[in-house]
Design a protein around this ligand. Structure first.
Ligand code: S3P
Length: 162
């Protein structure tokens, strides 16, 4: 099976759904955020001490380590900030977009301190969401609307199209 890349904004459920697919399909699972944390330390600390650009370098490094076959890969919401990442996923696997409304994301994340880019003011967060939504949509081979659905329902929809 071609590797599945899960994309979407912070809080859209990529990691939870990714782990469910990993168990359901019995294939390996990677999470680019987790890979960065294991090699370079906590994300909030990287943003604070080295800056966002350095974090993007680490994230790109991890993405390019993923294989084109038999993996479920959850990506960070900002993976689309680099064109090379978008090209890499397009050339190497199938891309599934978890499409979650801004209202639902705001509800889920509250004031989560572990996500540095969620600490912006409301207007800037909305701008970031809108800018990225366009890229997610363009990139996706398949989109799942996730509002009001459980992670199990979302994983079930993805399994149906495989
Ligand atoms: C980010 C999203 C986070 C993480 C980092 C930056 C972003 O991942 O990579 O905080 O730029 O949207 P999640 O989408 O898993 O929250």
């Amino acid at each position: 099976m071609k590797t599945l890349y899960l994309i979407g904004f912070m809080g859209s459920g990529k990691s939870t759904v990714g782990e469910l697919l990993h168990y359901d399909l019995g294939i390996s699972y990677l999470d680019t955020d987790q890979m960065v944390v294991e090699k370079y330390g906590e994300i909030a600390a990287i943003f604070q001490q080295e800056g966002e650009d350095k974090f993007r370098d680490y994230e790109t490094e991890m993405l390019t380590k993923t294989s084109p076959e038999n993996y479920i890969v959850s990506t960070g919401g900002g993976i689309v900030e680099r064109e090379e990442n978008m090209a890499f996923m397009k050339n190497n696997g199938r891309i599934i977009y978890l499409d979650t409304s801004f209202a639902q994301i705001a509800d889920r994340l509250g004031n989560d301190p572990s996500r540095p880019l969620w600490r912006k003011n409301q207007k800037d967060k909305q701008k970031l969401y809108q800018r990225r939504a366009k890229w997610y949509r363009q990139l996706a081979d398949f989109t799942v609307m996730t509002d009001q659905k459980s992670p199990e329902d979302i994983a079930g929809e993805i399994l149906k199209i495989l």
